[in-house]
Design a protein around this ligand. Structure first.
Ligand SMILES: [Zn+2]
Length: 60
């Protein structure tokens, strides 16, 4: 087993536009939009998603 892979986690992100808080996977396969205003809050990069807003909390 390859232990070097980055752990999959869920992150709580607050939208920078409307302050809506939302839980997202840290390795998304597609863009994640804010459920409230539609802003992109996380984009896929092939590995870890690029978080576009502020991370409030990390779930392990
Ligand atoms: Zn929003």
């Amino acid at each position: 087993m390859n232990e070097e892979k980055i752990n999959s986690k869920f992150l709580k992100i607050s939208c920078s536009d409307c302050d809506n808080k939302q839980v997202v996977f840290n390795k998304p396969s597609k863009k994640v939009e804010c459920l409230s205003c539609g802003s992109i809050i996380c984009e896929p990069t092939g590995g870890l998603g690029e978080i576009k807003s502020k991370i409030e909390e990390v779930f392990r």
